[in-house]
Design a protein around this ligand. Structure first.
Ligand code: FAD
Length: 409
């Protein structure tokens, strides 16, 4: 078990400093990882494995648990999935200190993080704070649309959906057809079907296809899977306003709803005023600060923009951890007068995978799979991820949950 720090406890590292090419270095080095999502947890576990034992590692998150967000939509239909996708941070780490606090600000010149309960000094930092829902200032959307980023959102969506589905000819509108929107629409449609309700589900997408930013054949297969569930898929439908009963579209049309879910986009963390931090292929914001995952807008070594996704966050985290290790090594080596050579990040995706109710769509290379093969792949990926972050109990529960659900569906 590793220490979990909460409340007013504050860590302070190194009074004495020495100077090297990368700036002042404290005698006891300290690496902080801000945010314990896919990026932050992966970076921290790799640093635990690779950094010398006298280098301090602190992982900060406002929650004591890691949330497996890419399965979050499933809680809407199966509340028990919440247990499978909630991973206790202390249980999955060996020596890093977990500090439960909100990150409020980062002073990169002074190398100090302001937290809700104090401050934290660092030598090297990795910003892995993920993203928040973007409302783009569209009137009424933040007020009337429910986002989906945390468990509380999934539970709120479920409880309202059950009321709507059990009512007479309810209308559920989902705004935004990215990875989260299509999966939410699929879950809601499956929930309506299971409950024997007559609710209609409509998904609105501003661009000309669902899952924009992902391969076109994948988007087409997702559209077919949604339509097979009776979801009305509307592309080139730009939301310009919402009130408590209607969503207004740019075309002049007004779409009536009983429930409105908003998955229309992401923005950066509040600690950075909503900006996603632009980094290049070494994932560095400056010599000692890395930005990884959804919190960052990454351009990889080929010059391509990396899509915000769980798989990008995990892959970027591996490069960030490697580069943090090289920085630490260079600074501990008194002979190191030059900046170390850092690894460069290139995003290679093995494919994309989403669930649509009880169906799934997988794009593997040029091929697109659906049905049992895609579902098996999705279970394998979910279990593989949970095992890779040391959440073996969650992985076991996840597999038995999937088998149970498969047998009962
Ligand atoms: C419903 C849904 C379905 C999705 N499906 C897929 C999918 O099928 N495939 C895929 O690749 N991606 C999917 N995604 C996207 C994926 O979940 C994100 O891209 C991924 O979570 C990004 O990882 P991250 O580590 O950057 O951020 P996150 O996983 O969001 O982690 C950020 C962490 O930072 C913490 N944090 C944030 N702000 C603060 C603060 N101020 N102080 C302290 N802690 C803070 C949070 O508590 C959180 O633990 C889906 C997302 C959603 C919502």
């Amino acid at each position: 078990m590793i220490p979990l720090v909460a409340g007013s406890h504050s860590l302070s590292f190194g009074v004495a400093t020495r100077y090297m090419c990368l700036g002042p270095v404290r005698d006891s080095m300290h690496v902080v990882v801000l945010g314990a999502g896919y990026a932050g947890l992966t970076v921290t576990r790799l640093l635990e494995r690779d950094l010398p034992s006298d280098v301090g590692i602190t992982l900060v998150d406002e929650s004591p648990d890691h949330l497996v967000q890419h399965e979050l939509h499933r809680v809407i239909r199966r509340p028990s999935v919440a247990n499978e996708i909630t991973v206790s941070l202390p249980a999955t780490l060996e020596r890093a200190t977990v500090r439960v606090a909100r990150v409020e600000e980062l002073d990169r010149d002074e190398r100090v993080v302001s937290l809700s309960d104090g401050r934290l000094e660092y030598d090297v930092a990795a910003i892995c704070l993920g993203a928040r829902t973007a409302y783009y200032g569209i009137e009424g959307v933040a007020e009337y649309g429910t986002p989906l980023k945390r468990l509380a959102h999934a539970r709120r969506i479920r409880s309202r959906a059950l009321e709507v589905i059990r009512g007479d000819e309810g209308r559920i509108v989902v705004g935004g057809a990215g990875l989260s929107g299509v999966q939410v629409a699929g879950e809601l449609a499956a929930l309506a079907r299971e409950s024997g309700g007559t609710a209609s589900i409509t998904i609105l997408e501003q661009l000309d296809r669902v899952a924009p930013g992902f391969p076109a054949n994948f988007g087409r297969a997702v559209t077919r899977a949604l339509e097979a569930y009776g979801v009305e898929v509307r592309t080139e439908a730009t939301v310009i306003e919402a009130d408590e009963t209607h969503v207004a579209l740019e075309s002049g049309e007004s779409v009536a709803y009983d429930q409105f879910v908003w998955t229309g986009g992401i923005r950066g963390p509040d600690a950075f005023e909503g900006d996603r931090l632009a980094v290049g292929d070494d994932l560095r914001l400056d010599t000692r600060t890395f930005a990884v995952g959804d919190a960052a807008r990454v351009t990889d070594a080929t010059g391509d923009a990396v899509p915000a996704s769980a798989q990008s966050a995990v892959r970027e985290a591996r490069t960030a951890a490697e580069n943090i290790g090289r920085l630490v090594d260079a600074e501990r080596d008194d002979a190191a007068a030059l900046e170390p050579h850092l690894e460069s990040f290139t995003f290679h995706s093995p494919g994309w995978l989403v669930s649509v109710g009880d169906d799934a769509v997988a794009q593997v290379g040029p091929a697109v799979l659906t049905g049992r093969a895609a579902k098996a792949l999705k279970t394998t990926v979910g279990v593989g991820y949970l095992s890779s972050v040391g959440a073996v109990r969650n992985a076991a529960e996840f597999v038995s949950g999937e088998l149970g659900r498969d047998c009962s569906s």
